[in-house]
Unconditional design. Structure first.
Length: 221
């Protein structure tokens, strides 16, 4: 039985992925002279800020001092937060809030499992903070996905064993983390890009006719 649902933030619940991309693209151009493409950005999905910065340095073939490394991360975050502060409920992805509400109405406990340190700001700006019983994010965990730490932390916050939880993720690193944590997972995206999931959908608005629909939770394998 599914008793808990753990949702990644970017790309699953809210449309902030483009803000991250634009901030990393700007840093890549201004600091390294790189043309940071959407294909490059695929490596950054589901990964925390420090790991992303290391990947960017690797792409550029550069080694930064500890001070410059931290300054680069801070700049990227400042540019991202500027955009986040302009977010509204309109930035919630179609059907996402309704799906979480429906799950809660069936007695399912819901949590956030995100690497983002700006998670709570995003939840507040988009008006969905009250939908979640727990928030495990980059302010309370230290290990990046595919390490399962953030999802295991979310399950503990919900008071549930991992086997009773389903993770919703749009990144391969997140799906791998869910598996490593002993959880089932629903991929959000294209079958051509993702592997190792129990279910897949194009978005939470497409789940009404799947076994993960809240009214059919008992039918899950």
């Amino acid at each position: 039985m599914i008793r808990g649902m753990i949702f990644d933030l970017d790309g699953v619940l809210v449309d902030t992925a483009r803000f991250h991309y634009l901030a990393w693209k700007r840093l890549a151009r201004e600091w390294f002279g790189l043309d940071f493409t959407p294909a490059d950005n695929e490596r950054f999905k589901g990964v925390n800020r420090e790991a992303c910065m290391r990947i960017l340095c690797e792409m550029a073939g550069r080694t930064l001092s500890e001070e410059d490394f931290a300054r680069g991360m801070a700049l990227k975050n400042d540019w991202y937060v500027q955009r986040v502060r302009e977010m509204t409920p309109e930035d919630v992805l179609p059907g996402a809030a309704d799906y979480v509400r429906a799950a809660r109405a069936q007695g399912v406990r819901c949590a956030i499992g995100s690497a983002s340190k700006n998670c709570r700001l995003v939840l507040e700006r988009t008006g969905i903070a009250g939908l979640f019983d727990a928030v495990a994010d980059g302010t309370v965990v230290t290990r990046a996905k595919p390490d399962p730490e953030v999802f295991l932390c979310a399950a503990r916050m919900l008071g549930l064993p991992p086997a009773d939880c389903v993770v919703f993720e749009d990144a391969q690193a997140g799906l791998d983390a869910a598996r490593a944590g002993g959880m089932r997972c629903c991929a959000v995206g294209s079958p051509a890009d993702l592997t190792g999931y129990d279910w897949i959908c194009s978005g939470l608005n497409a789940l009404s006719d799947t076994p993960l629909a809240p009214e059919r939770l008992q039918d899950t394998p």
